[in-house]
Design a protein around this ligand. Structure first.
Ligand code: 5GP
Length: 189
């Protein structure tokens, strides 16, 4: 997606360890005009898939998922990282390894909100090693729901999550795939 690539070039900052900071427009301060275009693009890519729900993980996926959901006209469910008294009843849980925090955490979704009837689009801001997506896919498996596809804003092609997820035959669509050239500078695939 040209608009997103241009914005990454203009405002993205590549940090040590292959971490790309896009916090001025995507996952801390959020440019809603840009995210509206991202939502429309996800609709274009997945509108034929009869999506009934969008699933993401807190925190940075939520805003993007909500704006996208307005174009699909479906609810958003986000997996929670914190245990809470509000999360009552039966829940699906699984463990996820965080790339940015280098630690494991548990994600939780109430069984009320994802069922075997659902055709789910998974949305996230980044794809690196694929652990967040694999955790969300595990939740869908526990629910017996159908994974209709995965929509990612920025895939880091120099990490192996994209190859792994596509290798499973999943419809993974990334709006920008960034690679590193031999000088360690960002380029787009
Ligand atoms: P994965 O689970 O695919 O290894 O990493 C994806 C998750 O880690 C995303 O939910 C995202 O929040 C975070 N993440 C991974 N790489 C980056 C990065 O380069 N920049 C930022 N801002 N977040 C990242």
């Amino acid at each position: 997606m040209k608009l997103l690539e241009e914005r990454i070039i203009k405002d993205g900052v590549l940090k040590e360890g292959g971490v790309l900071k896009v916090d001025s427009f995507l996952n801390h301060q959020m440019d809603i005009e840009l995210i509206n275009e991202i939502g429309k693009e996800f609709l274009r890519l997945f509108k034929h898939k009869n999506i009934t729900k969008i699933l993401t993980v807190e925190a940075s996926g939520i805003g993007i998922a909500c704006i996208t959901a307005q174009y699909f006209g479906v609810p958003v469910v986000f997996a929670k990282k914190a245990q809470s008294k509000n999360l009552d009843g039966e829940i699906y849980t699984t463990e996820v390894h965080s790339f940015t925090h280098n630690k494991d955490y548990t994600i939780r979704v109430s069984k009320k909100f994802i069922t075997s009837e659902d055709r789910v689009l998974v949305i996230d801001d980044f794809l690196a090693n694929g652990k967040a997506l694999i955790g969300l896919m595990e939740i869908l498996k526990q629910a017996g729901a159908t994974l209709a596809g995965c929509g990612i804003c920025i895939e880091k092609g120099f990490q192996n999550g994209g190859d792994y997820i596509r290798g499973m035959g999943i419809d993974l669509q990334s709006l920008a795939i960034v690679d590193l050239n031999e000088k360690g500078e960002l380029i787009f695939r």
